[in-house]
Every structure is written in C-alpha cells, then in structure tokens.
Design a protein around this ligand. Structure first.
Ligand code: GLY
Length: 378
C-alpha cells in the first residue's frame, strides 16, 4: 500500500482530481504554451516566455501538463508541454544568467518528456542542463553555487530540489560523477543549513576558497536565524528525494526532522503555513505554496518509512492539502490558477498573497500521488 487512505480521504482525493481535470483542461486551452507565473484577478497575463525565459519557475507549467498527460493520456497536454520545452531552448542560448535552478526548469519539461515519451532531443536537453548544474560545483567547499555575479559562495536550501537532475544524469549516463557532486552538495547543506531543532537557514554563505561558513543571511525569510516556511519544505522534499536516489539513511532522517518541525508549526495555524515561522506576530503573512510542497515531501517520506509510520506522514500531508482546499482553492474553470494566498518571500509586496504557479504544481502532484496517478519527475 503506497498511502494508507481512509474511505473519506480517498473520496476527497477523487473529487479533487475531478475538479483538477476540469480546471486544467480549460486552462490548457486558454493559456496554451505561454509560460504562466502569477495570476492576477483570475488571469495569467504575463508570459514568462516573453518576459523572462530564464526565470526559475518556468518548468512548473509543463510539469503540470506532463503530470496530466501521464494521468489521462490526452495528447493536448503533451503537445502543449512540448511547445513550452522548445521555447526553453532560448534560455540555453542566452546562457548568461542561468543559475542552479536549471533543475526546476528542465526536470519538469525536457526530462519529463524523455521519461514519458523517450524523446531523444529531450534527453539531450536534460543532459545539457545537468552539465550546467554540475559545472557550478566548487570542489574545495563541496557545494554547488546557487547564484551568479559576486555570489560564488552563496548556497540556498532550494537547491535540494535541483540536484535530482544530477541523480537522473548519473543514471542515464551511467556516470557516478554526477552522484558524487549531488551527494557532496547535500552533505554540505545538511551540515550548515539544517539546525538541530529541525528548522533551516534559507541561505548560507561559504568561503569559496575553503568552504568555511561565513554568514546566514535572511534570504526570502524574515531575518537571519528565522525560519522561512517554503525553505523548510525544500529541505523536507529535497532530502526525502536524496534518500530515494542514494539510500543514505541520514538524508531520510534529515527530511523527517525538518518535517516534524514543519508539522508542529503548521498545526498551530490550521494547516496553512505562515511565510516565516519565526517572524513577529504582526503583520501576518501566509504562504499556501509551502503547504503544497510540504505535502509532496511528506508523501515522499511516507513511501520510505515502515508500514506503521506511513499513516502519520500521509495524514499530515492530507491536513495541509485539505486546509488549502477548504480555504484557498479556486475551482472555477473560467479563471486561471487554483491555489490563492501564495507568497514569494517575507519582504516583497508584489508577490504576497497571490496564486503562484508552483503552488498549483505541487497541489496537483500531491493529489495524483494519493491516487497513484502521478509520475515522479524529480
Ligand atoms: N527561490 C525559490 C523559491 O522562491 O522558493
């Protein structure tokens, strides 16, 4: 049994899947191969293919379409996802400005295509992206640099979701180097990012010559030492996936430790995460997207624990999903985006309490997981 669902939970998942099908069919016909990011008043106005082809979230729309194609077999989803994949070639051409988020961008577009259809051109795109990611490795500090310009020692916890691209390349090429880089990176991050209480730094700054820890800036959280909720979820899901790909027990233990902290925090707010668990009481800022990423991470953990523990992680994921569904999901097929109340970061206003594409992606992945209709794209 992949997930121990009770009857009512299965019915909820099936009903939600029916709503997802209706919503995404209409949205796919309306949005097509534009690359959506944030919906405003029920409309995805901005097309990232036009405005910012190297933006880190550009893989989530094709990822959602590939998930739907895998679940339903409707060609419209595959055709549209492949159009987006082709547009992303422009990001390779630009090259300058590409960052560690090549994992988020190409795992869900080209690599998904290759996994599902065996498209050789997609495989080449995925391997190109994997080489770019491996090329960012610092062998002294044993980490992959996240960003560009003068930030050669900056690493963010989000990177844990990019390294599955390296595990995939290792498998496809039969070349262990990609696994060495991914594991070194995960080990370094585990040492400096995950705190003993299960909370995490978002950003660590390492000396690029020696790997020594120099600083822990606030990043997208409230302050240095605080606890940005989506960062927590990147650690939960990222380490659970690292365990899947390596079998290293300490990765699963880390995912569980961060998960326990996250569950305790979100229990206090009815399953809707604050943007930062260690911010002042006022103003109150929410980030529903963190709940969806966490749900997928918790479901991933549930797959790797003994039978008796599965229910704990599955229930925790369901609590997050159902809280979001009850309070913040828009199932009107005439409007773009499902999940409202996402927030990009603690400090920015333009992306506060808005629907963001990755919230929808993780919601869809989680519901498909519950029904065993997903494909693992990580
Ligand atoms: N930097 C990735 C995120 O906003 O979660």
């Amino acid at each position: 049994m992949r997930y121990p669902l009770k009857d009512g939970e299965r019915i909820w998942a099936e009903e939600t899947y029916a709503k997802i099908q209706k919503k995404l069919k209409a949205e796919c016909l309306r949005v097509g191969s534009k690359i959506p990011y944030i919906a405003r008043n029920g409309v995805y106005e901005e097309d990232k293919a036009e405005t910012d082809i190297i933006w880190w979230t550009n893989g989530f729309w094709p990822g959602m379409l590939w998930q739907m194609y895998h679940a339903m077999g409707e060609e419209m989803y595959a055709d549209t996802a492949r159009e987006v994949e082709e547009k992303l070639d422009k990001a390779f051409d630009i090259y300058t400005g590409l960052h560690h988020d090549v994992g988020f961008m190409w795992l869900h577009s080209a690599v998904a295509d290759y996994r599902i259809t065996g498209n050789e051109r997609s495989k080449a795109r995925g391997l190109h992206a994997a080489h770019l990611l491996a090329g960012r490795y610092n062998p002294r500090g044993k980490f992959i640099r996240s960003w560009n310009r003068d930030r050669s020692g900056w690493v963010i916890v989000d990177s844990m979701m990019n390294i599955p691209l390296l595990f995939w390349a290792k498998e496809v090429l039969g070349d262990p180097r990609f696994g060495f880089v991914a594991e070194d990176h995960a080990d370094t991050l585990m040492k400096y990012t995950v705190r003993t209480d299960g909370s995490c730094n978002h950003v660590i700054v390492l000396d690029p010559e020696t790997g020594e820890l120099l600083d822990t800036p606030a990043g997208q959280g409230y302050a240095s030492g605080s606890s940005w909720s989506r960062g927590q979820t990147w650690a939960i899901y990222g380490y659970a996936l690292a365990y899947r790909h390596t079998g290293k027990q300490e990765y699963l233990d880390t995912a569980k430790k961060v998960a326990h902290y996250f569950i305790a925090q979100t229990d206090r707010t009815g399953g809707i995460p604050l943007v930062d668990f260690r911010a002042p009481k006022e103003p109150v800022y929410w980030d529903t997207t963190a709940g969806m990423c966490a749900a997928c991470g918790l479901l991933e953990i549930a797959e790797h624990v003994p039978e008796l523990e599965k229910e704990f992680y599955t229930d925790a994921a369901l609590k997050l999903l159902q809280a979001a569904d009850e309070r913040y999901c828009n199932w009107n097929p005439d409007e773009d985006s499902i999940l409202a109340m996402g927030s990009g970061s603690y400090a920015t206003e333009h992306d506060r309490h808005v629907p963001i594409i990755y919230g929808d992606y993780y919601l869809v992945e989680a519901v498909l997981r519950l029904l065993d209709k997903d494909i693992l794209l990580w």
